[in-house]
Every structure is written in C-alpha cells, then in structure tokens.
Design a protein around this ligand. Structure first.
Ligand code: ZN
Length: 277
C-alpha cells in the first residue's frame, strides 16, 4: 500500500498557486493541454489579472475560440479560494481516520466557517462520485443495517422514527466497506444496494431480518445467523457472523458523536463515504 504523504510534504509540494496548477494540469491533461470543450490541441495559456487584482490562470482554445480556467468543470470551479487551500482541505479530509468537522477545517485552513463548510461539502460530493467507480466486493461479505441520528426517544431498532437507515457491506478478507444512507430497509432497497456492491456468487452473511430472505433464491449464497440464539454459528466448519460490519457501526457512531456532533438527515449520505476499515 502506498504510504500516505505527511502534511509537511503536502505543504511544501503545493506551496504556491502555480505549483497546484502545474499538478492539476498534469492530472487533467496528461498528454498535454486539451480544450475542455472541443478537445482541440491548439490551446495556449493566458495570464490575466482578475477583478480582485489576483492572477487568473486561463487557457484559450484557438479551434473553438473559447477561454476557460484550469478548474472549469471541477469541484473547484467558481471558487475564489486558492487551490493551495483546496489541496490542503482534501488532504485533511482524506487523512483523518474518523473524518474531520467543518469547524476543525475552518481552524486549520484559516477560513470562515461558511467557507470551510462549503469546501467540505464539495469534497465529500467528489468522494461520493468516486465510489461509483469502485469494483464490486467478493468472497464472504457481511451486510447489516442500522439507524443513525434523530432523537433518543421512541422505538429502537428497525423502523425507529426520526432516524436515518444506513446499510453497510463489508468484504471480510480485505475489510473494505461501502455504506449508504437509504430511505428504508425494505427488501427492494437492500436488494439494490447489495446488487450494486456485491459480485454475483459472493457469500453474503446477514442476520435473519426478513428483508434479506430474497437472497436465498438469488445469484448469491446466503448464510444467516439468528441473533436471538447466537452471534456466530458454523456451517461446513466455517463461521457465519456479521461481527465485522457491526464493529463498523460502533466506530461510525462514535465518529458521528465525536466529530460531527449532530448530523442532519439531509447531509448524512455525504458523510458515509470515507473508508472506515
Ligand atoms: Zn476548443
């Protein structure tokens, strides 16, 4: 596994707007500058001074007579913030094991709270998009659901009012996890989630919740454990349990309490993408 860079490396590598732009150009256009609109190669760089007196780094395409910035079409677009702050924000958000609050981001980046919140929101959206490209999980997978947020009063467990249902799937050998906030825990919702993340033929361990019964006649092998009786049972000498995914819940809930304090249902899906394994 590639080791994570230190904050010192990040700050020294991306100390100026120019160094960030050079990096960004390399990852956006690895084969040389291309027009974002017509993909043409007759692109030149323009140095201009913006309304605020800062340098604006622009590109001009001679093929389609179009002028654009390096950030057009990205999460940084239309932002007055320097890329140096964006890059550091991304680093901080990706390296914090239990996530990072907007308040902490505000402190570390020396911005207003509103700005920090906006950056965090955009970065989470980008991470979410990334998830769609991930490979499906395989082998033994544990699936479980929980309810997060809302008031403490009222019924516990499945169907609890005010709470957001969240479903997770964990690949046992690698520890990889995918989580998603869902509207409810009906069989069809869980079916969509499992089909999206699990390789056909995978062995899926769940508890005996009725919304998993369809798995018995599906492309997956289903092994259920009755939590009223035991937490681990053995089938063909191999353990059937959902302990791995349940450990994720406790870590996640502590993260919510410790870092995000309160999470509104509206934004919960955006907090569910970091790798908690
Ligand atoms: Zn063009």
């Amino acid at each position: 596994m590639k080791q994570q860079p230190s904050i010192f490396e990040i700050v020294s590598k991306f100390k100026s707007e120019e160094s960030c732009i050079a990096h960004f150009e390399r990852i956006r256009w690895p084969e040389g500058l291309r027009c974002v609109r017509c993909k043409g190669e007759r692109v030149s760089k323009l140095e201009a001074i913006g309304k605020t007196g800062k340098d604006r780094h622009l590109y001009y395409c001679a093929d389609c007579d179009y002028q654009y910035s390096v950030t057009v079409g990205t999460i940084f677009h239309d932002s007055h913030l320097p890329l140096t702050k964006w890059f550091l924000a991304i680093y901080l958000m990706c390296s914090a094991k239990k996530g990072i609050s907007s308040k902490e981001l505000q402190r570390q980046l020396d911005t207003s709270y509103k700005t920090a919140w906006y950056m965090a929101h955009r970065i989470r959206l980008a991470m979410k998009d990334d998830d769609a490209l991930l490979e499906k999980l395989s082998g033994v997978l544990e699936v479980d659901e929980t309810y997060i947020g809302g008031s403490r009063k009222g019924p516990r467990g499945r169907g609890a009012a005010n709470k957001v249902p969240v479903v997770a799937i964990k690949e046992r050998t690698s520890g990889k996890i995918r989580m998603q906030a869902v509207e409810n825990c009906s069989a069809s919702v869980l079916k969509n989630f499992i089909r999206e993340h699990a390789e056909p033929g995978a062995e899926i361990h769940t508890d005996e919740f009725s919304s998993y019964l369809w798995l018995d006649s599906s492309k997956f092998t289903h092994r259920a454990v009755n939590h009223g009786e035991t937490y681990v049972r053995y089938e063909d000498g191999k353990p059937v349990h959902t302990n791995g995914v349940e450990n994720v819940w406790s870590l996640f809930k502590r993260g919510i309490v410790g870092v995000f304090h309160k999470v509104s249902a509206k934004y919960l899906p955006l907090y569910l993408n970091p790798d908690y394994s």
